[in-house]
Design a protein around this ligand. Sequence first.
Ligand code: URA
Length: 261
Amino acid sequence: MDSGETYWADRAALEWQVELGVSDAVQDKPVDRYALDAAKPKPKAPVTPPDGPPPSVAPEEVDAVAEARRLAAGAIDLAGLATAMQGFEHCELKRGARSFVFSDGQAAARVMIVGEAPGRDEDRAGKPFVGRAGQLLDRMLEAIDVGRAHGDATRAVYITNVLPWRPPSNRTPDKAEIAMMLPFLERHVALAAPDILVLMGNTPCQALLGRTGITRMRGEWVEVLGKPCLPMFHPAYLLRNPIAKREAWADLLALKARLRG
Ligand code: URA
């Protein structure tokens, strides 16, 4: 092939991958995983004694939720919780993510904001809500004089997500992923001990309230884990639907009033 043909062949291959959902180059050079598999030594067939009992082949079932509960319960502070989550091996998202994204803001804050999961920018930065949606969130909070870096601790917020790893192509987390990470989120709330929870969009509502339908749920205070909790539109939704900013503003004012009260 001459260089012109190579260019078009490479370009077609790249477009094909983008169509399949590839959104990031993880490494500079491609890895041929088929070749890696072929090079692996083949496992030897088990040797069974001629008249012994048949080998037990049932794979050990792992209860990922129970394991998450066990690890979460053992965490006595936020650093311990982050370590326990990083050691949790049952969420497949961990294998595709670049970073473990735990939290940002001030852990002693009165308001704890729970989002969905890291996106591309958060996965790169290792911090929640730093992309376009995060910048809008910061402006929204600033409008009611609160923020993750607010100098007055009583006006600070603490921010986390239901999932600490980015789902591929930013897809919505599925129910199994949410369920297995929920024990960590509940422990996170217990250790941070905020006065108020704010749930951004459907995923944290599914996790903590067991239901979705943010258009109906937003703006209605509910109680969860013994705390007043306000579901709101996710800032990414507001970027796509600026008309909904009016409702978001009403919710921010409700949050401001609750903080004063
Ligand atoms: N959306 C989220 O829900 N969380 C983030 O951290 C970023 C975008």
